[in-house]
Design a protein around this ligand. Structure first.
Ligand code: KIV
Length: 276
């Protein structure tokens, strides 16, 4: 069991921001009430990521995720959480047009889910939008490096920032978001050396996913780290459980017992007139 620090009340984006250089930020995604309850007991941030589209809805990318999906899952996570800072992803197409569109949709996410902050993808071209939201009461987590909503312009889910030029660009992106008021910045799929450099140079916590151990915090997609997908094994994911294999064995045993008329057994049935 982790030595989860004692906490009173819910962590705010400001509390997460204040962790810089003091204590690692522990973050996992959550999409449902039962998973949110588990995450809430151990993590500082519960991220309702738009990865929900691929993980729970079988979409081929995050591009088809809608505001309605994020609101549905955001509400479910809020019902299962009382301590973690809940961050909800802004889906593709809900913020890129400009600050006003972003405010309208971010305000809706905050009001309808009860989350504490939103996350959006993109570097310096999002800085104006981040500043606009923050000035109007909406805490924002940034996300640079591999930004899955840009899979079509990036040409796949490759490691980013391998060349000096690209690394410098991503560093400037992260710093610009921090300067615009983001309370933390996700760094996805970067060489460890670049994750370290950005962490040293920007003023707010970096939350790494495939960006090395030097980031100020870490995030993983919960279904990946619990081994719910047997075939999906990215290098940056450590599996802390094998729930997929265990679920498969349980389902196969149930199917065998139903076919053999071995389930339900006497202990699972009700006799006439017996109390339940
Ligand atoms: O959607 C998501 O789950 C994310 C994390 C991988 C950072 O953005």
């Amino acid at each position: 069991m982790s030595a989860t620090p004692e906490r009173k009340g819910r962590l705010s984006p400001g509390d997460i921001r204040a962790r810089k250089g003091i204590e690692p930020v522990v973050c996992l995604t959550a999409y449902t009430t039962p998973m949110a309850q588990l995450v809430d007991a151990h993590c500082d941030v519960a991220l309702v990521g738009d990865s929900v589209g691929m993980v729970l809805h079988g979409l081929p990318s995050t591009l088809g995720v809608t505001m309605e999906m994020m609101i549905l899952h955001g509400k479910a996570v809020a019902r299962g959480s009382s301590r973690a800072c809940i961050v909800v992803d802004m889906p593709f197409g809900s913020y890129e047009e400009g600050p006003e569109q972003a405010f309208r949709n971010a305000a809706r996410l905050m009001a309808e889910t009860g989350c504490q902050a939103v996350k959006l993808e993109g570097g310096r071209h999002m800085a104006e939008t981040v500043a606009f939201l923050v000035a109007r009461g909406i805490p924002v987590m940034g996300h640079v490096g591999l930004t899955p909503q840009s899979v079509n312009t990036l040409g796949g889910y490759k490691v980013q920032g391998r060349s000096h030029h690209e690394a410098d660009r991503i560093l400037v992106d992260a710093g610009t978001l921090a300067d615009a008021g983001a309370f933390a910045v996700v760094l996805e799929k970067l060489p460890t050396v670049l994750g370290r450099r950005i962490t040293q140079e920007i003023a707010v916590p970096t939350i790494g996913i495939g960006a090395g151990v030097d980031c100020d915090g870490q995030v993983l997609v919960i279904d990946d780290m619990l081994g719910l997908f047997s075939e999906f094994r990215p290098k940056f994911v450590k599996r802390y459980a094998e729930l997929g294999a265990s679920a498969e064995a349980g389902i196969a045993a149930y199917a065998d017992e139903v076919r053999a008329r071995a389930f339900p057994g006497p202990e699972h049935v009700f006799g006439e007139g017996n109390p339940e």
